[in-house]
Design a protein. Structure first.
Length: 380
């Protein structure tokens, strides 16, 4: 055999061994599974997204490994948030974080609780706190920024049933606290909220038995009567039979509900009437809404069957849907003559159908019947 042929065979053998070692090295570095690759075919695509979606709709049952791979946001629950995130992955608008992505940025000197699970927010340019993660602190400090972007949301169920948490500090970057975010945190005593928060969703603090007081900032726009349901020791601020939450500078920011009364005069510093605030109150007959009130929440007076008269203040900007549904006795609803009003199905002051509000009897009929299931918006 010629020397040239021997060299060719040796070179081919070396290249074969090198290719094998490279492939083995790559294989060895791969994780046991890949988050997002639900069907374990080595790719993340629409097939994986459809499996999660079918699981959420009950038409497919994920097995143990598939559940682990389908938990995109690490919440330990497979829900619509996971398939929406995976859909964004398929469209190239989201990257599933690796374990290293959950490490705090090296240049971030802000003091906050380490180990919290954070992920990209699905509705805004920022991050959400998705859960307790590996954190063991009893005093939770939410960061204001993460990976150079603001932390704007505490996601639904994020700290649900975290019974060891005693206090939570929430920065001004956070805009909303999600549904049941702190539900069942039975040891939670103190919640520090600064200006900037606009929403506290349904049952956000459900069954927080140790919570005795909370500061609701002036920036709040969206809050429900049941945001603090079964917080038996929470202290409300009283004014003329109304029960309010607020802060040191204004204790009456939100009317949460009312005690037994026929006539309710809302405080002159109140900005919001909470969703469901007075629903199914069969004693109330007359309400005077102060000029400071901007928003009347969804279902706020739902089922107040003995309510006959209501007068709205000059500062009112929005009445949410079904606010006066089933108010069968309502006869007079007086609007300020200084503004024009319109209605639509979607809110946000778009495509309003302008309606006259100069007749109190017609207003009452429109609120409880004709335009009951519409948003009422003051025209800009």
């Amino acid at each position: 055999m010629s020397l040239q042929r021997v060299l060719i065979i040796a070179l081919a053998l070396i290249m074969t061994i090198a290719s094998f070692l490279t492939a083995f090295s790559v294989f060895a570095e791969q994780p046991e599974f890949s988050i997002g690759d639900v069907n374990a075919d080595g790719e993340i695509n629409s097939a994986d997204y459809l499996l999660i979606k079918r699981a959420c709709f009950g038409t497919y049952k994920l097995n143990g490994e598939e559940i682990t791979r389908a938990d995109i946001n690490g919440s330990d629950v497979i829900d619509s948030a996971d398939y929406l995130l995976l859909k964004r992955v398929c469209f190239g608008t989201y990257v599933i974080p690796t374990p290293d992505d959950n490490k705090p940025p090296s240049n971030n000197t802000e003091e906050y609780t380490k180990g919290l699970r954070l992920g990209e927010c699905m509705w805004g340019n920022g991050y959400s706190v998705w859960g307790i993660g590996t954190a063991t602190d009893t005093d939770i400090i939410i960061p204001s920024t993460y990976n150079g972007k603001p932390v704007i949301e505490i996601y639904e169920n994020a700290f649900k049933d975290c019974t060891n948490i005693i206090s939570v500090s929430i920065p001004s970057s956070v805009l909303t606290i999600g549904t049941e975010a702190f539900s069942g945190c039975i040891s939670l005593e103190t919640v520090s909220i600064t200006e900037g928060l606009t929403g506290i969703q349904s049952k956000a603090f459900y069954n927080c038995d140790s919570l005795k007081q909370i500061n609701v900032p002036n920036s709040i726009e969206n809050i429900s009567k049941d945001s603090f349901e079964d917080c038996d020791n929470l202290k409300y601020n009283e004014f003329n039979d109304g029960l309010y939450l607020g802060n040191q500078s204004n204790p009456y920011v939100v009317l949460m509900t009312a005690k037994s009364c026929e006539d309710l005069f809302i405080n002159n510093e109140t900005a919001i009437i909470a969703h469901n605030a007075l629903s199914d109150n069969l004693e109330i007959k007359q309400v005077v809404v102060s000029d400071s009130v901007r928003f009347i929440g969804r279902n706020a007076f739902l089922g107040c069957k003995n309510l006959t008269n209501i007068t709205f203040g000059d500062g009112l900007e929005r009445i949410y849907i079904n606010a006066f549904k089933n108010c069968t006795a309502l006869k007079l609803a007086v609007f300020s003559p200084n503004h024009t009003w319109g209605v639509n199905k979607y809110g946000y002051n778009t495509n309003l159908t302008i309606i006259p509000t100069n007749d109190a009897n017609t207003n009452a009929y429109n609120l409880k019947n004709k335009y009951c299931e519409y948003f009422w918006e003051r025209a800009k």
